[in-house]
Design a protein around this ligand. Sequence first.
Ligand SMILES: C[S@@+](CC[C@H](N)C(=O)[O-])C[C@H]1O[C@@H](n2cnc3c(N)ncnc32)[C@H](O)[C@@H]1O
Length: 289
Amino acid sequence: MLSHIIDVLADPADGTALSGAEDFSRLVSESGHSFDVAKQGYVTLAPGAGLKHKGDDADMVTAREAYLSKSHFAPFVEAVTGAVQNALDSTVSADDVPEPALLEVGAGTGYYLSHTLDSIEGARGVGLDISPHAARHLAKCHPRVGAVIADVWDRLPLRDESINAISVVFAPRNPAEFQRVLAPGGQVIVLTPQAGHLDELRDPLGILGVEEGKVERMYNQAVGYLEQAADPVNLAYAIQLDKESIAAQVAMSPSARHISAEELAERMAALPQTMCVTAHARLDRLRAV
Ligand SMILES: C[S@@+](CC[C@H](N)C(=O)[O-])C[C@H]1O[C@@H](n2cnc3c(N)ncnc32)[C@H](O)[C@@H]1O
């Protein structure tokens, strides 16, 4: 619910504080701007010109929900939650900050953020995504989540130094804005797919692989804003995927956009009923410079 996170939200145009009006059917800023809360519970906080990018469409979000509900990425969600917990333990005391504010950028269906909030008593979370389809899921993923539609490449609609931990799972990052919104001692937890991730599906289906050098590019872009806060952790494990899960994995990723439905169906039909694939990702923790 937006009321849980209202103290960290800001007007996207000028950064002034927001408050709930008319029982949180609108948010209004100190400077007088008004933002309607959608009936599904999320709010769009975009600057005057509106959003320039599009995020996941309805089919991708539905596929993501189906895939994640089978717990294929359970080791990833455990690792992200553990890293957020460790980051908070090392920077804030529960006595001083009983209700730490978390932010997940590109939060999708809220699978990761809701798991983290279940594990960290009192914490509340901003689930930010540019996709309205994702925002609908985010708004109901956990009672202590507030769902916000915003573009991570714009000024984030968050107060300066308001967020104790930011998580980013397979989603875009904005190091300069992360530095601005992090509370003193706050950290950014980033899970990045690594070369080899689900490669077993690549040849038979002709889908896109993970480009090399993703993590190096992240650190290059972060220079002057964020720096490494802990040793990275490499995660690799085998997953048994049935055909339904393989179809969901393909449909939730950009791969879905460059193969025709017919061609994909033909390639899917040629696959065995289950396949053993390997998940590869790297977990990094960063802090403000
Ligand atoms: C690969 S999905 C990951 C979703 C979620 N973190 C997970 O792992 O289940 C990337 C997400 O980032 C969102 N996204 C893409 N571009 C964005 C942007 N510029 N600003 C905010 N969110 C964005 C997409 O809509 C999508 O939900």
